[in-house]
Design a protein around this ligand. Structure first.
Ligand code: AMP
Length: 133
């Protein structure tokens, strides 16, 4: 079944498009975390960050940076969250790669509430060894 983003790319459902080229499009998120929240979406449907070719991903990051610059210029955003939800366990709802670019302002209270934890004694070095690249 086509994802909602494929339907947008094919013009089957409306969107507010900010940019498009041969490998990605940029639209406004319909339920913004803050107004101007944009999505950089790959034209081809790669389900996750893990699936996308590096060349496409780096191009999408370049476009995300342009969106960040525009949000800073026009909306006077003081910062942005550049975010990819990668697989359903992380909160990804639409299985079609996209980068969120969310305008942020000091004191806007929108920081995601990721509760921070602690390592037990010696655990951090074990994780360090397991995850060392
Ligand atoms: P994620 O949870 O990372 O998969 O994010 C999916 C995003 O797509 C959510 O922030 C939704 O608000 C957004 N979204 C879903 N449907 C539409 C749509 N028709 N137009 C624009 N944004 C959408």
């Amino acid at each position: 079944m086509a994802t909602v983003f494929e339907m947008i790319i094919n013009g089957e459902i409306p969107s507010t498009r900010l940019y498009e080229d041969e490998s990605c499009i940029v639209i406004l998120d319909i339920n913004p975390i803050s107004k101007g929240h944009a999505l950089v979406i790959s034209r081809k449907c790669y389900p996750t960050f893990t699936d996308v070719p590096m060349e496409t991903l780096s191009h999408m990051m370049e476009i995300a940076r342009k969106v960040d610059q525009k949000q800073r210029e026009v909306l006077k955003a003081e910062g942005t969250n550049i975010m990819i939800n990668n697989s359903p366990a992380s909160g990804q709802e639409v299985p079609h790669l996209h980068i969120h670019v969310i305008p942020r302002f000091s004191g806007d209270g929108k920081t995601p509430a990721f509760p921070k934890g602690k390592y037990e004694d010696g655990e951090i070095s074990r994780y360090g060894e397991m995850l060392s690249l």
